[in-house]
Design a protein around this ligand. Structure first.
Ligand code: SF4
Ligand code: SF4
Length: 274
């Protein structure tokens, strides 16, 4: 029954728009002990035996323009999709005779909340890691083989004991440090660690500014990451990313960046506008 249910869930998730779906038994939260116990799914909804995590991709050409209205709108689109996907899947699982509840994609009310306490109620990134979708990069995001860190995530918590997917133990992070070098707020530090020390408050304050300008979120640390088959499709922009700030400081009309600058200039508030 559970094997059959897994195939049905995979089909439903795919039909709802999920590009990646994985299954994590709750025991993995205790086994890896990477987050405090109150954040364990079984301590949030005690019936939980399996966490199903789904991902949708973010497109590189749009992310390249960040901070911009087009990336902001794409982010909003993925938010709607993720919550609807999780809702529909939870209804399906309930109708199949199991308990299930969707966990909304962000788990915080507004970015101003994260400025005061920079922690969401549940980590879909860890859930996705335990569901075998990818590994954690230096930039704190989930790195996946198909899309690198350019995915958005949501989860469904259920009491169905679905066959787990294997955890990826070999890190996908190349430790290129592009995320650290390109971060506009220098929030990522400490290259000795597998995962950066992150000034989450500083990052959240920057996001609050961007939200007030209608060009939220930042996303530079996922834009520049070389991991993922999507990067191969669109080409490596490493030099362009590294030079971006210097070139645009010297010449805001630099032809190589014209499309990105255009999307930062129209449709949102750009404080650099003269
Ligand atoms: S940009 Fe480089 S160091 Fe940062 S997460 Fe991606 S691969 Fe790792
Ligand atoms: S989201 Fe932006 S500000 Fe925050 S760590 Fe990533 S690059 Fe830096």
């Amino acid at each position: 029954m559970a094997a059959n249910l897994k195939q049905q869930i995979l089909r439903k998730a795919r039909q709802a728009g999920a590009e990646l779906t994985g299954f994590a038994p709750v025991e993995r939260w205790a086994r890896y002990a990477e987050t405090p116990e109150p954040f364990f799914p079984q301590n949030i909804f005690p019936f939980t035996r399996t966490v199903i995590t789904m991902a949708v991709p973010i497109f590189i050409p749009i992310l390249d323009t960040t901070p911009s209205i087009v990336y902001s709108e794409l982010y909003n689109t993925t938010n709607r999709m993720l919550d609807e996907m999780a809702y529909r899947l939870a209804v399906f699982i309930n109708n199949s005779g199991y308990r299930a509840a969707p966990f909304p994609r962000d788990g915080y009310g507004d970015i101003s909340v994260l400025v005061k306490r920079p922690e969401a109620a549940f980590s879909h990134v860890l859930a996705a890691r335990y569901a075998g979708l990818g590994t954690i990069g230096f930039n704190h995001t989930l790195l996946t083989p198909r899309y690198g860190p350019r995915v958005r995530l949501v989860s469904v918590l259920t009491d169905a004991a679905v066959e787990p997917d294997p955890v990826m133990e070999k890190s996908l992070c190349t430790r290129c440090m592009l995320c650290l070098r390109c971060c506009p707020t220098a929030s990522l530090t400490d290259t000795r660690q597998p995962v950066a020390s992150m000034d989450k408050t500083r990052c959240a304050i920057y996001h609050k500014e961007l939200k007030e300008q209608y060009r939220y979120p930042c996303g530079v640390c996922i834009k520049v990451c070389p991991v993922g088959a999507d990067r191969e499709r669109y080409g490596a922009n490493t030099r362009k990313y590294l030079d971006e700030k210097k070139v645009l400081d010297e010449n805001p009309l630099a032809p190589d960046y014209a499309g990105w600058v255009h999307m930062r200039t129209f449709g949102a508030i750009n404080p650099n506008d003269k």
